[in-house]
Ligand binder design. Structure first.
Ligand code: MN
Length: 197
């Protein structure tokens, strides 16, 4: 997997988003969910795999309720460093709007916590259209599945919480602060980039 599509879409003279280079975490695989107030508000779920972040745009955001099936549109791979990006993408640029790191943490395939085994299983799952994984985030915890919808093209997946002790009927997106800086999308719109500003 390469970052050509990511680079093609962006002008790094204009956006503060990171340029695309491959990189891996030292320890466990990482994930991030960014809240992105683009033309339409959505949440971007990104899972580290093979030195990039595999990415899905989830219009309604993730849910801890296993009764919810959240549409997740696969988008281009993002560079590893994107996991720390928050700020404002300028008007006229691709994805223009505000971004915060809504959740982050480590993740692994169900059945193993070994990084290499996890990557093998996640890669297989990606090819099969059925990725089973465990998130260890600040907001998102426990088992999830990403399943590719049949007969709906290459990009449409569903994000579903498995039943486990982390299941909850409460709306997890109500906690709308960045886990990195404590700021909200509104804070960025108001010119505030750090909680302490
Ligand atoms: Mn996005």
């Amino acid at each position: 997997m390469a970052l050509e599509k990511y680079k093609e879409k962006r002008d790094f003279k204009k956006t503060t988003e990171p340029e695309g280079i491959k990189k891996s975490s030292g320890g466990n695989l990482v994930f991030v969910v960014q809240k992105h107030a683009a033309t339409r508000l959505h949440y971007d779920l990104r899972l580290e795999l093979d030195g990039v972040l595999k990415s899905w745009a989830v219009p309604k955001g993730p849910s801890l309720n296993s009764a919810d099936k959240r549409l997740a549109m696969m988008v281009e791979d993002h560079p590893y460093d994107y996991k720390d990006f928050e700020g404002s993408i300028p008007k006229g640029e691709y994805g223009a709007g505000e971004v915060i790191v809504w959740d982050s943490g480590t993740y692994h395939a169900i059945g193993t916590s070994d990084k290499n085994e996890s990557e093998n299983l996640i890669r297989e799952g990606l090819n099969k259209g059925d990725i089973k994984f465990v998130m260890e985030g600040k907001k998102l915890k426990g088992e999830f599945v990403l399943v590719k919808m049949k007969n709906r093209g290459e990009k449409e997946w569903l994000l579903i919480k498995h039943k486990d002790e982390f299941m909850s009927a409460d709306d997890v997106t109500k906690d709308d602060r960045s886990v990195l800086s404590g700021i909200t999308i509104e804070d960025i719109k108001n010119g505030k980039l750090k909680k302490s500003d």
